[in-house]
Every structure is written in structure tokens, then in C-alpha cells.
Design a protein around this ligand. Sequence first.
Ligand code: AMP
Length: 125
Amino acid sequence: MPIDATLPYDDQNIFARLLRDEIPSRRVYEDDWAVAFHDIAPAAPVHILVIPRGSYVSWDDFSARASADEIAGFVRAVGHVARAQGLVEPGYRLLANTGPHGGQEVPHLHVHLFGGAPLGMMLAR
Ligand code: AMP
């Protein structure tokens, strides 16, 4: 079910619990600002989610409230993961679903990193 990204942060959401190691994940990278792990239902040969450690509901929330250090740290983490996965030369796609029209289901900001094959059209028609 898509979520209302304007609601306050819910610290029981699944990615908050994953950050606290209350549920398992297949982590590929972590630093002071971000954690990256394999999506549980991959939609491409490489499908990794990168999330900030801070409590932000969505891209909107993060871009409005996060500090410059948090934003820089998060963006650098996404780039680092893409490079570490060998995706720069073949190419990749980033996606941050936001709110109902974006189809966001988990109310903690996450950027999808897709790669490993030609990804086709940007949006289904
Ligand atoms: P979104 O629709 O952008 O909110 O995407 C949420 C994504 O989180 C989906 O691609 C799910 O497959 C993924 N997901 C949900 N629970 C987990 C989990 N426990 N570990 C890894 N990925 C998850």
C-alpha cells in the first residue's frame, strides 16, 4: 500500500527496524550516513536500496530537513555503492518513489539502485 509521505516519521517502519538490526538484511555497504542492502524482491539483476541513517520519511522530507553533511554523505554513499558494484561503465538507474503517485511503500527514504542489464523504458506504459 502506498504511504502518505507527509505523515510524521514512524520509528517502527521496516527500514527503521532494519537500521537497528531488529530484522535481517543483506548489507553491501554502510558508513556514518547511509546503509545499503539488497532489495528483498529484486526487480533487476542488481537491485540495492540505499537509506540514510537519519529519520526521514521521503525524498521530500530529506531534502527539506537534512543537514548539508547528511545530504552530502548520503549522495556520496549512493555513488560509492554504484562504483563498488561495477555499475558506472555499464550504467545504472536511481529511483526514489515518493508518496502515493510515486508508489512509495516504506516510509523511510530509500533510493533504489538498479543495474546489471539494460533496464528498458523509464516508465511502464
Ligand atoms: P518503495 O515502493 O519505493 O517504497 O519500495 C520499497 C522496497 O522495499 C520494495 O522494492 C521492497 O521489495 C523492499 N523491501 C521491503 N522490505 C524489505 C526488506 N526487509 N529488506 C529489503 N528490501 C525490502
